[in-house]
Design a protein around this ligand. Structure first.
Ligand code: ATP
Ligand code: MG
Ligand code: MG
Length: 348
């Protein structure tokens, strides 16, 4: 069987490895950090920094195709890897989604709606951006933000100084505050030959900036659901994307607004593990391996709950619940804010 190389050894890499293994593939994980959750289930692991050219080359030579579970891979590493093996999804998908400014420019060029936005590098930019966009607004670092980190909310223009200090000099973007009724996401996959399949949209609730629950079906009209799926397909096709992507959307009375895209399997798609015969991880592996996509039709209603930090104390009780499928990541240490696992509660 073929071997799939995965950049990143977190829980997403772990669940990708399990899906790959089920289809008869081997996986080789490349991860700079020690004891990655994916190591327990992968067939091979390289522990080395992304600056280690020899390690990157040796890794690439053992695999047939390279994919990733993490979008912040340095360009220099990608250059080396790409000279040896195909990278799927492609480099453009990564470049577009690594930077919130490039991402928003790409989305608006496609004719999709985003929050109002402006690049902010200093106090002058910020004053201009506030004059243009108004408040409330959110200042975000352009790169490396996740789980709501690297963001500062401005209730009024007086919050500018604090918000700028929160960015600590990092290139940033001011976003107008979107008055959404709720948040949904679409997990979509595109195959090498251009077949597109989207899972049912899920409705997302965040707590302290971190995804708390995803519920399917989402509260959407038939036409909103159609819009959500069509705009996801548009993004996948525009990027000639191969693999699974997460598209986060704000639902407003004026229509759907794209918040951000993630060029990988996505936390809000974990419900598919117990809601569909073929889940987001298998769809991703199928796509990057050049297979046809599977049928991701939803067979059950699901509420996915993330188990974060001390939520792990509830695992013994959750384990007694009927129709609750636990997925634990095997992380050695529990820390506040750390994603330790999730539970999919299904209504059969
Ligand atoms: P993730 O962990 O999903 O990658 P992130 O750190 O990249 O998160 P965002 O998705 O940009 O952050 O923002 C986190 C949450 O903050 C959103 O899901 C939404 O609830 C809220 N939010 C972000 N941007 C806006 C906005 N422009 N208007 C209103 N709410 C927003
Ligand atoms: Mg994000
Ligand atoms: Mg987000």
């Amino acid at each position: 069987g073929a071997t799939i190389g995965i950049l990143g050894g977190g829980q997403l890499g772990r669940m990708l490895s399990v899906a790959a293994s089920r289809l008869g593939f081997k996986t080789h994980i490349y991860e700079p950090g020690a004891n990655p959750p994916a190591a327990d289930v992968a067939h091979a692991v390289t522990t080395a920094p992304y600056e280690d050219e020899a390690a990157l080359r040796a890794f690439a030579e053992t695999v047939d195709v390279i994919t990733y579970e993490f979008e912040n891979i340095p360009t220099s590493a990608l250059d080396i890897l790409e000279s040896l093996r195909p990278i799927r999804p492609n480099r453009r998908a990564l470049a577009v989604s690594q930077d919130r400014l490039t991402e928003k420019a790409f989305l608006t060029d496609l004719g999709l709606k985003t929050a109002a936005f402006a690049a902010v590098d200093d106090a002058v930019d910020l004053a201009e951006a506030i004059a243009e966009i108004g408040t409330p607004a959110i200042l975000k670092t352009r790169r490396f933000g996740y789980d709501g980190k690297g963001q500062s909310r401005l209730k009024s223009p007086e919050d500018a100084g604090k918000a700028l200090a929160d960015m600590a000099g990092a290139p940033s973007i001011l976003e107008g505050f979107v008055n959404f009724t709720h948040e949904v996401s679409v997990i979509g996959t595109r195959s090498i030959d251009g077949q597109v399949a989207c899972f049912d949209p899920g409705e997302n609730v965040h707590r302290d900036g971190i995804l708390h629950t995803t519920t399917v079906p989402a509260n959407l009209t038939a036409s909103q659901k159609m819009d959500a799926v069509l705009l996801t397909a548009k993004i996948l096709n525009a990027l000639k994307y191969v693999g699974t992507m997460g598209v986060e959307l704000f639902v407003t009375p004026q229509g759907l607004i794209v918040n951000e895209i993630a060029p990988r399997v996505h936390n809000s798609g974990h419900w598919t593990q117990n809601g569909c015969a073929i889940d987001q991880f298998e769809q991703h592996i199928r796509a990057v391996a050049g297979w046809p996509l599977g049928d991701g039709k939803r067979h059950s209603d699901v509420v996915m709950e993330n188990l974060i930090g001390a939520d792990m104390d509830r695992v013994p009780d959750i384990a007694k619940e009927p129709n609750a499928a636990l997925h634990l990541y095997g992380k050695a240490e529990t820390k506040p804010g750390r994603k330790m696992g999730h539970v999919n509660r299904i209504t059969p």
